[in-house]
Design a protein around this ligand. Sequence first.
Ligand SMILES: Nc1ncnc2c1ncn2[C@@H]1O[C@H](COP(=O)(O)OP(=O)(O)O)[C@@H](O)[C@H]1O
Ligand SMILES: [Mg+2]
Length: 289
Amino acid sequence: MTTALRIRHLDKHFANGRHALRDINLDVAQGDMVALIGASGSGKSTLLRHVAGLVAADGGSESLIEIDGQCVQRAGRIHRDIRKVRSQVGFVFQQFNLVARLPVLVNVLVGSLHRASWWRSWTRMFPAHERARALDALARVGIADCHAQRASTLSGGQQQRAAIARALVQGAKVVLADEPIASLDPESSRKVMEILAGINREDGCTVVVSLHQVDIAMKYCPRVVALNQGRIVFDGPSSALTPALLHELYGVQAEELLRPAPPASEGASVHVLTPPSAVAWPAKVAAAA
Ligand SMILES: Nc1ncnc2c1ncn2[C@@H]1O[C@H](COP(=O)(O)OP(=O)(O)O)[C@@H](O)[C@H]1O
Ligand SMILES: [Mg+2]
C-alpha cells in the first residue's frame, strides 16, 4: 500500500485551552476515498487544516503529518518546504474560495501557477496549453460554458465545481474537501459528490472529504473515519455505520449525523471569499479585476 496521508500522535490545544484533536493516528492509502464525519465541533475542519499545513499541532516530539511521504509538519513545526507539498494537494472548502471579480477560467488557471515561472505568474500570462487544460477541467465538471463569467455570478454549486476544476488543473494527488456540500441544495450536492468520486475513480486521486451527513458518506465513500470531541471513535467500512452504532458513538448527537441534508435554494448560497493563505496567490492575480 502506498500511503498518501500519514498522521501520527496529533494533538492540538488552541490558545483558549480547547483540546480540539486528541492523539490522532491515521493512514490513508493512495487512491482511497474517505469520509471524515462528526457532529459540529468534533474537529473535522481542525484536522483538515492541520493536514494542509495551515495550523501547527502541539509540539509533542512524535507528532507527524506526511503527504505522499513528504513532511507537512513534525513535532508541532510546519515543514519549511510546505509550498512544495501543498502544490500536490487540492483544497475544496465549504465557501468555495474563488476570487469573486475574476473570470471563472482565471480562477481555475490559478491551479496551474505552481508550474509557472515567477514572471508568468506575476503577469498572469497563461500559456495556451494551460488554458486548454483549464477549459477541459471546466468541461469535466460540466461548466465550460461559464468560463468567461465572473466567479461571483455563478450559483453555489457551479462555484464549487469551479473550485474542483482548479484542483484538477493543479494536478493534485490528494484532494481535501471540508464540508464541500454544506452550502448546497441536494441536487448540487449530488453533482459535487459525483465529481469528487469521479476524480477518485478515474484519476486515482486520494480524496478526504468531511461531511455532516452519514447517508452521503455511506453513498460515496467506502471508508469512514468518525471524530467525536477531537478523537477518532470509528475507522472502518461505511457499511458498518448503522444507526445503532452511531448512537453508541455519539449519543443524542447521532441525530445530527443521521438527519438528511435540508433542502436549500442554490441561489441563496452564493459565497465568494477572498482566498485563504493556503493558496499561493500572486498579488497581481488577486488584485486584477
Ligand atoms: N481557532 C480556534 N480557537 C479556539 N478554538 C477553536 C479554533 N478553531 C476551532 N476551535 C474549536 O475546536 C473544536 C473543533 O472545531 P472544528 O474543527 O471547527 O469542528 P468541526 O469542523 O468538526 O465542526 C471546536 O470546539 C471549536 O470551537
Ligand atoms: Mg468544520
